[in-house]
Design a protein around this ligand. Structure first.
Ligand code: ASP
Length: 332
């Protein structure tokens, strides 16, 4: 019998409405388990880790990512798989960060949550949790950090929350689902990473990073203020379309100065599908300045990868090489 560790961190999946105020409040895990009796019928030995104070995922910080990764690393050899219950709002961020920190992962780490609280009759949390446990316990093993939501299992670092309303809240536009769930669970084996060897935890995330999302009419001062933050070491530049930017001279000057000052600039697209490539004049200029291409990475993967790579304090060339190299299947 497979043994699975469920780690409860908070989010809508564990919420019920306070009978007095109507505000949503978190349940403790034993109540959550009682809400889903089917969990006990899966033929899986379930343990739970509930030392985290359940929080809304908008409050999650990189320190929480590290704490979660440490729990999984400590238990990696004792369980067949892990299910992490997490708020949907920043689930793709946490799961992407973990995909980098859990190096050589050999066990499934399946994130799930819900759009409708577990205490509500029409909740999507019940199916999400039951199937996530089934996948975490299954053969073939999916030895990746993944997100299971509404019938599809995605590679975590390819996933984005695209809808605040739909029950299929997540999408992975640049990589096919790892599994699709209908009457049976169909695993797309050719898209699943091979099992890692020599598992080890690599934490050390650099928080001296920023996101600069372009918009038409952005003032030079806005860009200078962002890139001028003291101690800044890296920035994700979210460009238009296939990696395009304004072609004004000042724009490239500000960027060039930042790069000369040692700031690593990683370019990803604002589009939800596709990636950046130096097709147009501005894209070619970015490459000339030393802007690193994030290709088809999601914003969540790009930011967390940048934090993780910078956290290793490597020489500049090596930092750039790692950013350009697919490490956990996060880019094509
Ligand atoms: N605000 C909640 C959270 O991310 C939303 C959810 O879980 O769906 O924690």
């Amino acid at each position: 019998m497979a043994n699975i560790l469920i780690i409860y961190t908070g989010g809508t999946i564990g919420m019920v409405a306070d009978p007095v105020t109507g505000a949503l409040k978190p349940l403790d895990f034993s109540e959550l388990e009682n809400e889903i009796p089917a969990l006990k019928q899966l033929g899986v030995e379930i343990s739970h880790y509930e030392d985290f104070q359940p929080i809304d995922s908008s409050d999650v910080t990189p320190a929480d990512w590290v704490g979660l990764a440490e729990v999984i690393a400590r238990n990696h050899d004792s369980y067949d798989g892990f299910v992490v219950l997490h708020g949907t709002d920043t689930m793709a961020w946490t799961a992407s960060a973990l995909s980098f920190m859990l190096d050589g992962l050999a066990k499934p780490v399946v994130f799930t949550g819900s759009q409708i609280p577990i205490g509500v009759l029409r909740t999507d949390g019940r199916e999400n949790l039951v199937t996530a446990v089934e996948i975490a316990a299954a053969t073939p093993v999916v030895p990746e950090v993944s997100i299971y939501f509404q019938n599809r299992l995605f590679r975590a670092n390819r996933t984005t929350k695209w809808s605040a309303e739909q029950l299929n809240a997540f999408t992975s536009e640049n990589h096919p689902p790892l599994a699709e769930v209908g009457v049976t669970i169909h695993y797309n084996r050719e898209h699943i990473l091979g099992s890692g060897r020599n598992f080890h935890l690599r934490t050390g995330l650099c928080s001296d990073v920023a996101l600069l999302r372009l918009f038409p009419g952005m003032r030079r001062e806005v860009m200078e203020a962002t890139l001028g933050v003291e101690g800044l070491r890296g920035v994700v530049l979210q460009t238009f379309g296939a990696g395009n930017t304004p072609t004004a001279g000042w724009f490239f000057d500000v960027l060039e100065r930042a790069i000369a000052g040692g700031i690593v600039v990683l370019n990803v697209t604002q589009c939800i599908a596709g990636g950046v490539s130096p097709l147009y004049e501005s894209g070619v200029e970015l490459s000339r300045l030393g802007v690193v291409s994030g290709r088809d990475m999601t914003l969540e993967a790009a930011m967390t990868k940048l934090m993780w790579v910078l956290g290793r304090n490597l020489p500049h060339n090596e930092t750039v090489r790692l950013l350009e190299t697919p490490l956990r299947g996060e880019m094509s």
